[in-house]
Design a protein around this ligand. Structure first.
Ligand code: FEO
Length: 396
């Protein structure tokens, strides 16, 4: 097992089997469930792994400590991708003391029926392992209410839970210095935006609590151990949680027979001619919403369009707008358009989503297309693309 530093070992596992994380989010490159073992006078395990991987997990632990017992299990986060092996770990190590906070233990009893041998810590408390000292910083809602991070103050190592995590299995290398990390950056943004993205303010609060703390390693629960790229990774989380964006445009549309898609093409062309270089376009029925949500976090401008279907909004667009509303994304611009065959609904429904839930800044005049584009509606689409471009370029 890889020793990260000073007898802190990586004992996590890779999941290249699951199609959808949380049953929702595609994993084209897999995902890792990271766990760490500190081999000190007191042996301490930090977080566990999803229970399907328990056999490998135990092999990794025993490769480090053989038949010696584990004294402590620190639980930074109770979501079952990390807590799933608690009950089995307790069967193998019945004397283990589980370290967490009050909310951790309420959840642990609920999920696994475990309530004994617990050590409840408060924000700022510490435990001594011998050489290593661990202190605990509560970071509620990054990503659940019980979430905390654990700081090894002896070695400047942060066990950060989901914070600073990303999708993507670890293909041999564990620490960023061993890996070409290029494939991780966009997957970090997709992970952040879809999993943690709703909680920008709690992430900012957590970053403030950790500001000024010297860190040599960040050991998150998903993705590489960060060492060389600590500043970059903290910067990505800081930027995303402040809803800071690049001056670019996402155009996302639903289409049945190509009429709404043609309108999207006209809008994109006009925005491009007006000077917007970063334009990404998605058919909402083809591209998984997690990639669209990722790019909405990256770019300030969004234009959505869809047909009317069953005298309502085309349902894939309805689902996407519902997901975006659930993320509570701030500081964004929205333009919209829609089409209909005989009963108009899409445009008014998109407007309702924005008025009631999204609260993005409206840009340009919405365009409504009856059956197919005309010279008049083509000109309206061009005007919408130009209006968005002007607004975006004013920010640049
Ligand atoms: Fe990776 Fe919120 O669990």
């Amino acid at each position: 097992m890889l020793e990260i530093t000073n007898k802190i070992y990586y004992v996590g596992v890779n999941d290249r089997n699951k199609n959808l994380f949380e049953g929702l989010w595609p994993l084209p490159n897999g995902v890792s469930y990271n766990s760490y073992l500190i081999d000190d006078e007191k042996v301490c395990l930090v977080d566990t792994v999803e229970v399907d991987f328990f056999t490998q997990f135990m092999e990794h632990i025993q490769e480090v400590i053989g038949d010696r017992p584990i004294d402590y299990l620190v639980i930074n986060h109770m979501e079952p991708d990390h807590s799933g092996s608690i009950a089995l770990i307790k069967k193998y190590y019945p004397q283990i003391q589980i370290v967490g906070n009050k909310k951790t233990f309420q959840m642990m009893e609920g999920f696994y029926g475990i309530a004994d041998n617990t050590v409840e810590v408060k924000n700022g408390d510490s435990i001594e392992l011998g050489h290593h000292t661990l202190s605990f910083v509560f970071t509620p809602m990054v990503h659940w209410p019980e979430t905390m991070v654990t700081l090894d103050t002896t070695c400047n190592v942060l066990f950060s839970g989901d914070a600073f995590g990303c999708f993507g299995a670890l293909n041999g290398g564990i620490v960023d210095s061993q890996i070409n990390c290029d494939t991780f950056w966009l997957e970090m943004t997709r992970y952040y935006s879809n999993i943690v993205g709703k909680y920008g303010t709690p992430v900012q609060n957590a970053l403030k609590k950790l500001a000024g703390v010297k860190l040599d390693y960040i050991c998150a629960t998903h993705g590489p151990v960060w060492h060389e790229y600590i500043d970059k990774v903290v910067g990505i989380y800081d930027q995303l949680s402040k809803y800071e964006t690049e001056p670019g445009l996402v155009i996302c549309y639903g289409t049945m027979y190509g009429n709404t898609e043609r309108a999207a093409e006209v809008i994109a062309r006009a925005a491009s001619e007006a000077g917007v270089k970063n334009i990404v376009m998605y058919n909402v029925s083809k591209t998984h919403h997690s990639y669209i949500i990722r790019d909405v976090f990256r770019y300030k401008g969004l234009i959505v369009g869809a047909p009317t279907y069953n005298t309502a909004l085309y349902h894939e667009m309805d689902v996407l707008l519902s997901e975006l509303a659930g993320k509570d994304i701030k500081n964004h611009l929205l333009g919209w358009f829609g089409s209909y065959g005989w009963a108009s609904k899409a445009v008014s429904e998109i407007q309702r989503w924005n008025d009631e839930r999204l609260h993005y800044e409206p840009v340009g005049e919405p365009v409504e297309i009856k059956q197919s584009l005309t010279a008049e509606t083509t000109a309206q689409c061009e005007a919408l693309g130009r209006a968005m471009a002007e607004r975006l370029l004013k920010e640049a």
